[in-house]
Design a binder for this molecule. Structure first.
Ligand code: SF4
Ligand code: SF4
Length: 77
């Protein structure tokens, strides 16, 4: 089983970086609003979600390229 851990304290502004989204060969990540969008209000807080975790091959590229070291890839048997 593969687990991707994302540290929101280290990655405070994911919308200004997006390196993991652009680099993952499997397209696992999506950037999502932290809370539901309110009508007429811009979303301020964003999170990195592993929407397609089932496609992850545990290659570790996301962890390697993250400039904030915010991603950890763990493989449990
Ligand atoms: S370990 Fe590889 S496949 Fe999995 S999320 Fe990271 S970059 Fe994508
Ligand atoms: S690469 Fe790292 S710092 Fe950049 S958006 Fe992804 S998790 Fe955040």
């Amino acid at each position: 089983m593969i687990e991707i851990r994302w540290d929101s304290k280290k990655c405070a502004m994911p919308q200004d970086c997006r390196v993991c989204l652009d680099t993952c060969p499997q397209g696992v990540f999506r950037i999502m609003p932290k809370e539901a969008r309110k009508p007429g209000k811009a979303t301020e807080d964003w999170v990195i979600g592993t929407l397609f975790l089932s496609l992850c091959t545990a290659c570790g590229t996301c962890s390697d390229v993250c400039p904030k070291k915010a991603i950890t890839v763990a493989v449990a048997s």
